[in-house]
Design a protein around this ligand. Structure first.
Ligand code: PLP
Length: 341
């Protein structure tokens, strides 16, 4: 297989059309067998459920080229399971988990020429998603759905290494108690756009959302979970039913405990104790970990001892170990890497 002639080191994080995508349709109570297609466009009725009432859920994951030249994805079974939870919460049919993984494998295989080479820093981003496609005007779930998977090569999230970012405590809420914060639905992102544009306009990189009910506990950012490191090297992550269960964060907590022998805690994290932590990072598929150097709460600054120049030492170890597992030079726990070819 000949790789596409792409300047891998300099592609950004934006959509680039690749050759094939997977499509399966749900009609009369069942999914069809699914196909790979060349057509990147979708034709749907003007009144499609997704357009009127935002009935859509998605996943995000990556394919990597390992040091020994294999193409792998990272824990796709967890994305499949999470999409089941998301679909159920929005009254959508479940796309079977084994078929989800198979659709991802088929799509990556068909676009293997776009999987960036080892060492380029770039990866192939994979976007599975599902939406209501038949006309819906009275408020109810759609009857027909489409499940798709497309891929797009993306550059290293941080060009020239990860510099710590500055985040602000948001005045907006991300998720209500008993709402939809724990599922990966487009609607959670639509309503976060105003908050992130506002944060950027005020000179911040990201928002820290607090729990909507009491505004005393740390939740997450718009698209990444928090980890904190205490001064005695314990790795702490907020426990909450209204944050999205990040696969990266769950993997980092496992790596902290089982590879680095650190103590780990998933518990309520009060905003009042943030000032006492030594390190802070944001976890998600896109950047793996983005180090946070500073949190600003309405003019009051919390500066982590790790500073604004580089990741804290524990964050760096977590990052190196997890990316080492993903790139195949550190042995992965059983079942974490799905070899595509
Ligand atoms: C997708 C997402 C994350 C990160 O999850 P990963 O599985 O690690 O990519 C975190 N928060 C929100 C709100 C998300 O949508």
């Amino acid at each position: 297989m000949v790789k596409k002639n792409i300047d891998w080191e300099n592609i950004g994080f934006s959509y680039m059309q690749t050759d094939k995508r997977y499509v399966s349709n749900y009609k009369d109570g069942k999914w069809d067998e699914g196909v790979l297609t060349d057509d990147a466009n979708i034709t749907m009725n003007e009144c499609a459920g997704v357009l009127q009432y935002a009935q859509t859920v998605f996943e995000g994951m990556k394919a990597y080229t390992t040091e020994d030249g294999r193409i792998v994805t990272f824990r796709p079974d967890l994305n499949a399971a999470r999409m089941v939870d998301s679909a159920k919460r929005l009254e959508m049919p479940v796309f079977p988990e084994d078929r989800f993984v198979d659709a991802v494998v088929q799509t990556v295989k068909a676009n293997a020429a776009y999987v960036p080479p080892y060492g380029s820093g770039a990866t192939l981003y994979i976007r599975p998603y599902m939406f209501g496609i038949n006309p819906v005007i009275g408020v109810k779930p759609a009857d027909e759905y489409q499940f798709r998977v497309f891929t797009t090569p993306v550059g290293p999230y941080f060009k020239g290494g990860a510099k710590p970012i500055t985040i602000c405590v948001s005045d907006f809420d991300r998720a209500a108690p008993h709402g939809t914060g724990h599922i990966k639905a487009g609607l959670n992102y639509a309503m976060s756009l105003h908050a992130i544009v506002t944060a950027h306009a005020n000179g911040f990189d990201e928002n820290m959302y607090l729990d909507s009910a009491t505004r005393t506990k740390v939740e997450e950012t718009g698209g990444a979970n928090f980890i904190f490191v205490t001064k005695d090297n314990k790795v702490v992550t907020p426990h909450s039913n209204t944050i999205l269960p990040s696969i990266t964060r769950r993997s980092i907590m496992y790596v902290a405990e089982h590879y680095l022998g650190l103590e780990v805690e998933e518990r309520d994290v009060y905003f009042d104790e943030v000032k006492d932590f030594a390190e802070c990072g944001l976890c998600g598929t896109a950047a793996v970990i983005s180090p946070v150097g500073k949190v600003v709460d309405h003019g009051k600054e919390i500066c982590f001892p790790s500073g604004m120049e580089k990741m804290g030492p524990i964050t760096q170890k977590l990052y190196d170990t997890l990316t080492g597992i993903q790139m195949g030079h550190i042995e992965a726990p059983e079942g974490w890497l799905k070899v595509i070819e």
